[in-house]
Ligand binder design. Structure first.
Ligand SMILES: [Zn+2]
Ligand SMILES: [Zn+2]
Length: 148
């Protein structure tokens, strides 16, 4: 085995010397972080694949045919063309509901951005955990302030 001089650990601020990139402590941490990143990327890929799937495209087209107008605007007495088919419960929180017609809402862009902002705020409040859902469906549309 060739001699390799010990170098400081690559972890910022760590004074430990090691003959690998990370010291014992940070090697484990680096491995855990890599696993987390891997899982996140896997999930993003799965989501991407879903949105490109024939099944989703077809369901989306049917939904827009049934409800061509923004359902949220309509409920508020406005007529606006729907351009987005939204999952009432986000796909990443409720994978089983991704192809459930009952979980879909036709919306316009501005209604969709408003809901996305609310969902993201709720996710942040929940420490990045998936949204908690009761058995009865929570309508994100009707909730102005979301607290869990
Ligand atoms: Zn270290
Ligand atoms: Zn709208």
């Amino acid at each position: 085995m060739p001699y390799r001089p010990k170098r400081p650990c690559n972890y910022p601020g760590c004074p430990n010397l090691s003959n690998q990139s990370y010291c014992e402590v940070h090697r484990q941490q680096a491995r855990r972080e890599a696993a987390r990143t891997y899982n996140r990327n896997q999930r993003d890929m799965e989501l991407q694949r879903f949105y490109q799937s024939a099944a989703w495209r077809k369901l989306r087209a049917i939904k827009l045919m049934r409800n061509p107008m923004c359902e949220v605007c309509y409920a508020n007495g406005r007529i606006e063309k729907a351009t987005i088919v939204d999952h009432e419960r986000a796909v990443k929180d409720y994978w089983e509901g991704r192809l459930d017609m009952e979980n879909l809402t036709s919306v316009c862009l501005s209604c969709h951005s408003r809901k996305t902002r609310k969902e993201e705020a709720a996710r942040r409040d929940g420490n990045g955990e998936p949204l908690k859902q009761n058995d009865e469906r929570i309508s994100m549309w009707q909730r102005d302030d979301i607290r869990f």
